[in-house]
Design a protein around this ligand. Structure first.
Ligand code: 8GT
Length: 318
């Protein structure tokens, strides 16, 4: 899919959050395109406007607020058949005024985990996934065969603010992996963190979790998206074809690696940021950058269009 600007209707939308983590959504008037559905406030960019200028204008017109700082959340190219929309969504970090429905539209505040994608336009599905996912994903490191030390390290990472944990322990047999999740799940719950299990779906049937992480082999061989609709399902990708497969399967996120040289895969050729940005631009999914990264790379990752960064060494306490 080419992202030639002339072929796309560039739409900007803003995500306003309150202290409880609820996000403001508005109901589209019945007579509009995708009428009656809920949306993130915003609208079409005018010729000559930057996305931030367009967003400030739309939020002033629709909600009566003055936009302060904002940062990119996700860009979703979506073909509705009757129009091709590039939905460019920003997280509003700061604004002045009290939002009200200046055009008579209904407004409500909802936590992203409670948003039902079927009452939003189809382009919003990855936006909801991006809102459910934090900026940092911890991939657990050594050594799951030493449960006490493993627990202490995980606890420290959670105490330091990690809110998304991918439980990776390829050295464990299925039975031991299941036992490990019994220890990890309550820890994650106690810190309000989401837990993703990196294991074949049939090996983790019935286990408490928030989602599944698929390795490259599962991604390329599974015929349909595993797990329930509410779960967060993602996969490890290294190529354009793998990213496309993640979209075809209807996954919620992808990891793309290696961005930089990494000790865990010294033979792999790093992508570098320009190739990373080019590969993810046409992909309507939140994509984490992975490979040799630490939280210090987060601002760069966001500026390149990433959901955030995923890391083992960069986030796993010593
Ligand atoms: N503001 C907003 N627009 C969205 C979202 N999701 C999504 O697909 N869109 C699409 O992006 C376009 C938004 O432009 P708009 O709000 O100015 O559109 P409109 O319906 O007034 O356009 P129209 O006058 O051509 O009918 C519409 O095609 C709408 O369906 C969203 O979350 N927020």
């Amino acid at each position: 899919m080419s992202l030639n600007p002339g072929d796309w209707l560039h739409v900007v939308a803003g995500v306003l959050s309150d202290e409880q983590g609820r996000v403001l959504i508005a109901r589209r008037a019945e007579h509009l395109h995708q009428g009656g559905l809920w949306e993130f406030p915003g609208g079409k960019l005018k010729t000559g406007e930057s996305p931030q200028e367009g967003l400030a204008r739309e939020l002033a017109e629709e909600l009566g607020i003055a936009l302060g700082a904002c940062e990119p959340l996700i860009r979703v190219p979506h073909d509705y058949g009757d129009r091709r929309v590039l939905l460019d969504v920003y997280r509003v970090l700061d604004y002045q005024g009290i939002p009200r429905g200046c055009e008579g539209q209904a407004l409500t505040w909802l936590v992203p985990d409670d948003m039902d994608p079927t009452v939003f336009p189809a382009a919003d599905r990855p936006v909801i996934a991006a809102l459910r996912l934090p900026r940092l994903m911890l991939i657990t490191g050594p050594d799951p065969t030493d449960p006490l030390l493993f627990r202490a390290r995980l606890q420290r990472a959670l105490a330091q603010g990690v809110r998304l944990v991918q439980l990776r322990a390829p050295e464990l047999v299925a039975l031991d992996y299941r036992e490990l999740t019994g220890m990890v799940w309550p820890l994650c719950q106690a810190h309000g963190a989401h837990l993703l299990l990196n294991r074949a779906p049939k090996e983790v049937e019935g286990l408490a979790r928030d989602g599944l992480h698929l390795n490259r082999r599962l991604l390329m061989t599974l015929e349909r998206r595993p797990g329930s609709a509410r779960e967060l399902i993602g996969a490890s990708c290294h190529t354009r074809a793998e990213l496309r497969r993640a979209v075809e399967l209807g996954l919620d996120y992808a990891l793309l690696s290696p961005v930089k040289p990494t000790a865990s895969h010294p033979e792999a050729q790093p992508l570098g940021w320009p190739t990373f940005a080019e590969l993810i631009a046409p992909i309507p999914l939140p994509v984490y950058a992975l490979g040799g990264l630490t939280p210090e790379d987060l601002d760069t990752a966001i500026a390149q269009g990433a959901q955030g960064i995923a890391a083992i060494r960069g986030l796993w306490p010593a």
